[in-house]
Design a protein around this ligand. Sequence first.
Ligand code: FSO
Ligand code: SF4
Length: 543
Amino acid sequence: MFCHQCEQAANGTGCNKVGVCGKQPNVAALQDNLLHGLQGLGFFASKARKLGATDSAFDTFLIEGLFATVTNVDFDAARLANIVVQCAELKNKAQRLYEDAFKETHGIKAPTFEKGAPNWIPAADLVTQGEKFGIADLHSDADVRSVVEILIYGLKGMASYADHARILGKTDPEVTAFIEQALAATCDPELGLMDFVNLSMECGKHNLTVMGLLNAGHVENYGHPVPTPVNTGTKAGKGILVSGHDLKMLEELLKQTEGKGINVYTHGEMLPAHGYPGLKKYAHLTGNFGGAWQDQAKELPQFPGAIIFNTNCIQKPADSYKDRLFTWGCTAWPEVTHIEGFDFSAVIAKALASPDVAEASGKEILVGFGHNAVLGVADKIIEAVKNGDIKHFFLIGGCDGAKSGRNYYTEFAEKVPQDSVILTLACGKYRFNKLDFGDIGGIPRLLDIGQCNDAYSAIQIAVALAGAFECGVNDLPLSMILSWYEQKAVVILLTLLHLGIKNIKLGPTLPAFITPNVLNFLVENFNIAPITTAEQDLKEILG
Ligand code: FSO
Ligand code: SF4
């Protein structure tokens, strides 16, 4: 195996024996095989679409297939093998669709494609076959390969957000068309570095659409988030802990647990759920338990109730809680019960049969500062900027992870001057969201915008502030200090670059899949810089 798609890549270069994330070589090979199959499916679906032939069966499959290859999502070899087989069926379907459409429009037989992913058919041994399709296969030139990887990881990240949006009934055919087109491009040996740079920027653009769809899906179903204090303690009684990003899954669980004497807690990226009127109305949505995803091995054994992961980031479960752990959606772990659809009776039964959660006191943290809430007090914020009470905004956001270098983000937040406001989103905020930052004239100094996909809200806030001050986003007293871990962060970065946002500071380390030449390109065009120390970066930003 060789994988370097996330920030945990072994030795900063790549995992080649077993993933630091826990991905076994057979799972890595199956994911590589699946990606190869998806490239072939995209190739024919894109060609068919150009001839006016489409099939909605490809949409969901492409999204779910890409999502299954994202870091910390699907570790289940049997499930992945099944997805590869389905991929082969759909790829054949796409090929037939293209050939029929070609014959119909041109009156002659379609050309055949004998090399690479378009020619892929699954072998009897999918693991051995998958071992042949590694990253090295993507392109012979290291710099081009680097940008092809940026595109592929961007597609994976976008697919994960598209999946949540799709579950809420929000789709866009242009996004599907782009996924097909981009996958087809990865099969084209004629394309060069700038072709993939442009496709990557386009991926960022389409991801903005996807995050907008997801935001609309959340708001239409659950209302705009409102500032809400969330308790991090626990109540005595039965409990279910929900981890991941999918709000629809949480809503269905809340409906099914109502009146059953079960307290439902959020974990990790589910924390922002407490701010949505349509979810907080459930009195048994009790509080938030634990820290960010990388602390689960330490924290989940302490939660005696049932636990369900509806998306990343799942890690190898200890035996102490494996039998009360469930997965849902694209997330899976071998031997852990996977819930299909929205019937959570098995999870509820497990919670009722498990020991009670003990009463424990916790801190209160404030969530719910989506763009609607922040822009609702825009007059106050603008006034505070104009009279000098607020001098700077820092967006300290992104993923958390296990590396010690991530203390940078805690230190940075602690050192931000008192006349500055911190906007935050995604799971990296657990590094500092229990600290007391106080307020500036009633405006909290720490504003939690939400999940990683709520980068959409952060963009709306930045654009509105730029409008109010009649300047560009890059001219605002706003600095972005981002942390990345996996492919969702890659696509958010592409969205920010597509919007022309410059001077981003990125850490804790730069992606192993970016070559020095590609990094130079990013520095020259976007002035991206790796983080250094909190002191030095703050000094540089504030001059
Ligand atoms: Fe974190 Fe994991 Fe939300 Fe990621 S829980 S690391 S970028 O999956 O998606 O922020
Ligand atoms: Fe390693 Fe990350 Fe790939 Fe897992 S996803 S194998 S940790 S690079």
